[in-house]
Design a protein around this ligand. Structure first.
Ligand code: ADP
Ligand code: MG
Length: 495
């Protein structure tokens, strides 16, 4: 695979990327209070006295959020720290009523792990995860509600976030995109974050530096709060270009925090390292350190479902799928579940081994169904054709009731009407004709009706075989079994 390079006047540059992902933990209540975390409530409808930082309120750790962070760590093959500490990160902001955020600094709950990227051409690459810590989210300032005032919504205040910090291991916008995609897939599989970037439940700080290949790491800039994978990729491209241009013009890169403006396609400075906050971290005196025993960690491990990489390996090894189909199917939990139900139902209907029909099932799913869903702007979750209905259709092809060609038409009707394949075939009289006597009679008619073509065929124009096959299929409205047609037709033509 060719590596991603930025061309400069002095030669090629390499980009180095590290991502800090904020992932909102799936839990009913906030990290240190019992207030609800549901999305879309009226402003300030989900704010406890703790979240509003009323004097004298005490935070109480929500065990479920801790368990979710541990499950995430385990899913990334990471070290789980049996001892971790919550710290206060002090800063002032209108939507941060405590005047500090409770986070983890020196002792995060999860240590080093890995995310395996699936890159083009079946290539994979491991990207290191440095740590995962738990922290509170802040509230939201609303600048568009009043001409003079800014309003504050504290619904998000105190919601649990996992900050997942990668090592500076990525080398292109594609790799950063693949990292976020894979991370999101894993979080969704295990149900620790819904990965919904539009709603802000997953956002990324993007650290970018450039260097000549082989040189030590350059100075990085951090692009804050990028909220889509497409924007992450764009931000990396423009930021790397900006840095190369500065260095080649004789300047140096200041380590700073920047913002990406998707409308202008540029990053601009937010604050420099010198103006950066001194957060004065110290252990929160209201909270005890977290200590886990092995049983807690093992229970969390046992609660994990089969992970996407494991599933993909099983689809390839046990069911004989190719790398591409397996990757596409495991990319979303719903697709993989649909596929498994489809294979199971088809195996049952045909009394065949799953490995024998899995390839056909995956081709139909990734080709026909995904294609139709795409065109209709639907997803697997809103598919008008269920896995069981798909199995019914494929079973009709398997047992020779309909041809593969007719199956495409039947599928179209199924997709439009939600009807079952069997009843459509019945209603429209689409059953494949395999009866040799009936087909032979039609062949004889076709040959008799086309003496000119028969003569040319016998004079050596072999291509006309296709013409005769076509005529027979036409006469049977596509219902003749093509295998039977071929085996009967040629001997008759050859005389
Ligand atoms: P800080 O403590 O200042 O936030 P970290 O070492 O925690 O710095 O790094 C934060 C993020 O920046 C990590 O994701 C890391 O991979 C990334 N990073 C560190 N150095 C570089 C670099 N030279 N270029 C690009 N990314 C980097
Ligand atoms: Mg950091």
């Amino acid at each position: 695979m060719s590596s991603y390079r930025i061309q400069g006047a002095t030669g090629d540059w390499e980009v180095v990327i590290g991502l800090e992902v904020h992932a909102q933990v799936i839990s009913n209540a906030k990290l240190f209070s019992g207030a609800s975390t549901e999305f879309g409530a009226e402003p300030n409808a989900q704010v406890s006295l703790v979240d509003a930082a009323m004097p004298g309120m005490l935070p109480t750790i929500n065990g479920e959020c801790v368990r979710q962070a541990v499950r995430t760590g385990l899913a990334l093959g990471a070290q789980i720290n049996k001892f971790s500490v919550f710290d206060r990160k002090n800063y002032f902001y209108a939507d941060l009523p405590q005047g500090y955020q409770i986070s983890q600094f020196k002792h995060p709950v999860v240590g080093e792990g890995t995310v395996t990227l699936d890159l083009e051409g079946g290539v994979s690459k491991g990207v290191g995860v440095e740590r995962i810590h738990l922290e509170q989210d802040a509230g939201k300032s609303m600048h568009d509600q009043h001409p003079q005032f800014t309003y504050v919504d504290l619904n998000r205040s105190g919601v649990a976030l996992m900050e997942i910090v990668s090592m500076p291991d990525m080398r292109s916008p594609d790799e950063a995109g693949a990292y976020l995609t894979k991370l999101r897939t894993i979080l969704r599989y295990i149900g620790t974050c819904d990965g919904n970037m539009e709603q802000g439940s997953m956002r990324a700080d993007v650290n970018v530096s450039v260097r000549k290949p082989g040189d030590p790491l350059g100075t990085r800039c951090e692009i804050k709060n990028v909220n889509s994978i497409r924007f992450v990729r764009q931000a990396i491209e423009v930021e790397a270009r900006r840095q190369v241009d500065i260095i080649e013009a004789g300047g140096t890169i200041d380590q700073e925090t920047r913002l990406f403006d998707p409308n202008k396609g540029e990053t601009r400075s937010m604050r420099s390292k010198e103006e950066a906050h001194d957060y004065r971290y110290f252990p929160d005196p209201d909270l005890l350190p977290l200590e886990f025993d092995d049983a807690f960690i093992e229970a969390a491990r046992e609660s994990l479902p089969e992970l996407p990489d494991e599933k993909k390996a099983r689809f390839m090894e046990a069911l004989g799928l190719n790398d591409y189909n397996a990757s596409v199917l495991v990319a979303e939990k719903e697709s993989s579940e649909f596929f498994e139900t489809l294979v199971e139902a088809l195996a049952k209907a045909t009394k065949k081994d799953a490995a024998h029909i899995a390839l056909k099932a995956s081709n139909w799913l990734t080709g026909d169904l995904f294609g139709a869903l795409n065109k209709a702007g639907k997803t697997i979750a809103t598919s008008p054709v269920s896995a069981e209905q798909g199995a019914e259709l494929l079973a009709l092809v398997e047992d020779g009731t309909i041809s593969g060609r007719i199956a495409k038409d039947v599928f179209e009707v199924m997709f439009e009407t939600g009807k079952g394949a069997g009843s459509i075939v019945e209603e429209k009289g689409l059953k494949q004709v395999s009866d040799t006597g009936a087909i032979e009679a039609i062949i004889d008619e076709v040959i008799a009706a086309n003496p000119g073509q028969l003569e040319q065929y016998r004079a050596g124009k072999d291509k006309l075989l296709g013409f005769f096959v076509g005529q027979v299929m036409k006469a049977t409205q596509g219902k003749a079994n093509p295998g039977v047609v071929n085996s009967l037709l040629k001997p008759k033509l050859d005389g």
